[in-house]
Design a protein around this ligand. Structure first.
Ligand code: B16
Ligand code: MG
Length: 217
């Protein structure tokens, strides 16, 4: 049977959280706000606008809309410099094997990311041709945990949500997949992603037998 496999990008296919961290940290320090790796964790899967709002809340700082827009642009320009240096070596372990196996099995493959830079990143790591459908921050209006990004992915794949499986590293993303009535697979820490139907540390733990089981049930 043809199922829809929907992949989040940051934290699932590549680890771009480290680049977001560097850029957000520079921005925060320019405002005199301290910003830790723990706080960066809380921005995973969160949109760019909401991320800046949270940093300002943490720093108890308010700025004009104009300043807000300027900082968002600056942060993204710095982030773009980091991702411009990415290549296929940054694809997380086990991901190519799983994608290749899904292709071999003629399954639907989609990207479901909050990032407006998703297409650039996929091109940099040479994975753009692996996806039948790409839904990213440029074509959704509601951020995760709203299921919109995954529902749109299923629709574009022309596969019913109940026949879709989502790979996610963020709590908001797992909640979005569950709200979409899809099977949710957490990639990362089981204590954080406990709402997921299945949890793996990384893709090397996802074996062909498990994928076959998802395809046939
Ligand atoms: P951008 P994902 C998310 O991507 C990131 O996890 C999150 O940290 C980031 O703020 C968001 O994309 C927006 O990214 O600034 O590139 O538009 O995990 O949904 O693939
Ligand atoms: Mg993510």
């Amino acid at each position: 049977m043809k199922k829809g496999f929907i992949f989040d990008l940051d934290g699932v296919i590549v680890d771009t959280a480290k680049y977001h961290f560097l850029a957000w940290q520079n921005l925060a320090s320019s405002l005199g706000i301290s910003f830790s790796e723990e706080q960066n964790e809380q921005l995973k899967g969160v949109s760019r606008v909401r991320s800046l709002e949270k940093i300002l809340e943490w720093g108890n700082t308010s700025i004009s809309q104009e300043e807000f827009n300027r900082l968002m642009t600056e942060k993204n320009e710095e982030y773009l410099v980091y991702i411009s240096k990415m290549d296929a070596t940054e694809i997380l372990q086990g991901v190519p094997e799983v994608l290749n196996y899904l292709k071999l099995k003629e399954q639907g493959i989609a990207l479901g990311s909050a990032s407006k830079n998703a297409r650039i990143i996929l091109e940099k790591v040479h994975l753009q041709n692996m996806f039948d459908v790409i839904v990213d921050g440029t074509n959704v209006s509601k951020a995760k945990p709203d299921p919109e990004v995954f529902v749109n992915g299923a629709q574009e794949l022309n596969i019913s949500p109940k026949d879709c499986i989502v790979f996610e590293d963020s709590v908001a993303g797992i909640q979005a997949a569950n709200a979409a009535d899809m099977i949710s697979i957490g990639i990362g820490d089981a204590t954080i992603l406990h709402e997921a139907d299945y949890i793996f540390n990384d893709f090397t733990e996802i074996k062909e037998e498990f994928i076959n089981q998802l395809i046939t049930t």
